[in-house]
Design a protein around this ligand. Sequence first.
Ligand SMILES: O=C(O)CCC(=O)C(=O)O
Ligand SMILES: [Fe+2]
Length: 343
Amino acid sequence: MTTIDEPGAAAALPLIDISHFRDPAADRAAFLAGLRHAAHEVGFFYVVGHGVPDEITTGIFAVAKEFFALPVEERLAIENIHSPQFRGYTRTGYEYTGGTPDWREQIDIGPEREPVAPGGPAWQRLIGPNQWPAALPGLRETTLAWQAEALRVSREVLRALAAALGQDEGYFDAWFDEEASTHVKIVRYPGRPSAEQDQGVGAHQDYGYLALLQQDAVGGLQVRAADGSWLDATPVPGSFVVNIGEMLEIATRGYLKATHHRVVSPPTGVERFSVPFFLGPRLDAVVAPLELPAELAAGARGVSQDADNPLHAAFGENALVGWLRSHPEVAERWWSDVLAERG
Ligand SMILES: O=C(O)CCC(=O)C(=O)O
Ligand SMILES: [Fe+2]
């Protein structure tokens, strides 16, 4: 990790100015080629030129700091164990990646909906309300304002990706309803509990189309390169980090890759804040491979075959498998019938 000792370290990931996508004076072909390269070769890039007002990005970190500074009883009042939809607060060490606890605490927030009547496919039980902290009423409004901007920017990036893949830029819109599958996480990484325990979050892929991340200046996010080495996603002020999720890997037969990434815990005594946003298709979507232009199809590497993480083209199922695996206590309380059925 270079980010703390060397705050000026050069960024290893490509940087995309998304304002060029709509700028009539910009060279569209060059923009799309740059985006295609970033998404195909690395699967991770910085996005600038997004137009998100500073008060939105500073506001979400301010409210995050306030929330995580609340007495633990007030945080636990919205613990996710109360939510069949895995919404609400997760204590440090209660989320698992690769079977190991992640050293972070967080709030998970999804689309605010009425629960669906029982009887349908299992993933329908992911639909339901959020839990908002009574002790910090402003968090709801600040989060919803941030979420709206994150949705706007990530949908713009998805349109640009569709164009970069030789599709109509609205190609992916068919997989949304009026409320796309969105998921906001507000995260605090405490410093590592000991020198050896440095899993902030273990290596994983994200399951939707795209993730868009606001990170503070501490650093620790790392991206797996094709040769297996880890690159630092060094914080770039004013940027979001965008990465490709599993649904885009499936849709492109691996022309785009859902790149593995992880977070190395900050040193003891240092805390890090981040706010990831995940954009997925509707929960009932079954993502079909798109028709790539021949020159791109030749570069499609196939969908990853990982016995520990088989990818499902049915998004609701893909999302559900991820939730059940990462939050075993919530799964045991609310999903024991589904777990039993699946063995
Ligand atoms: O906090 C970060 O930098 C990344 C978090 C992440 O990858 C995730 O929650 O899926
Ligand atoms: Fe992630």
